[in-house]
Write a protein that binds this ligand. Sequence first.
Ligand code: ADP
Ligand code: TRP
Length: 325
Amino acid sequence: MLCGMRILTGLQPSGKLHVGNFFGAMEPAVRLQDSGEAFYFIADYHAMTSSHDPVALRDHVRELAIDFLACGLDPARAVFFRQSAVPEVNELAWLLSTVCPMSLLAKCHSYKDKTAQGIAANHALFSYPVLMAADILLYDSNQVPVGKDQKQHLEVTRDLAVKFNEVYGEGTVVLPEPIIREDTAIVLGLDGRKMSKSYQNTLPIFGEEKPLKKLIMKIPTDSTPVEEPKVTEGSTILALYKLFASEADYAVMVADHERGGVGYGDFKKRLADAYWDFFGPMRERRSEILADPGYVDQVLAAGALRAREEANKVLQRVRQAVGLA
Ligand code: ADP
Ligand code: TRP
């Protein structure tokens, strides 16, 4: 472990986890829990910017906690908690908002995208990046692993941190570094667009075998006959297969495309099997977690305690700097 390196990331509890979430957020987070002091949280306040269903919120938080643990989050190494278990984050968000130019938020494409999709343009949706900055700065985070779509929010965080320190003194908050996974930054969905809940093109990571494999068998393809070579460029099947297969198996599938003689049905079957095997150990871990009903609450309670302790230290320093203490 690198001494003093704090790694933080948040995941929104917004339904079933998909392969894009896994490679864009969870897998990097799980890998990074060995290289520093990891703080991982469930961004339940953020989820409320676009959904107001208490039953769904509770369910989604629980599901996400179970799934994240199943995917390898180790509560012995990482501090795992709910965002709302540390309400101090709202105070820091307020303090940051006092130095946040409206123009900084107005240019955020996530806000523009969401309102264009028909999500109500409420204040929380607009100021969402300020709360995200508070999430990060509240724990003196050094590194923040996120998918490419969160890059701009990290830039806003850094802008706010610099501004805050200019106003209140160097070192009031710690400037974080984004870690953007470039190689699997955007995982493609079953229709070839970015995999996203909002496009209904997702491949969930947990669920029943038959319906999940069926989703793969329905990936649209062109009508190249079996015996002819197939286009590799822009192939959804190959892009997904690359995530799950060994390098050697992937090379075989590329060669089979180029040579011809293998049909899309066969490629899809290989993809479905590789996908199913890939998540096998995580499915097993998930069943173990489900068999122990108190486990998740216990993990989150311990994480909240630890996170809150750290948050209060930082907030104390900030309150002092701004003149509230
Ligand atoms: P969705 O687009 O399905 O609504 P979220 O916005 O809830 O997904 O994303 C949660 C996390 O997963 C974010 O960190 C995001 O960067 C990552 N993520 C989501 N979709 C993808 C994707 N297709 N490729 C890579 N990362 C993704
Ligand atoms: N906005 C992020 C997402 O939708 C979730 C998030 C909230 C987050 N706060 C954060 C990620 C702080 C990293 C750091 O994926």
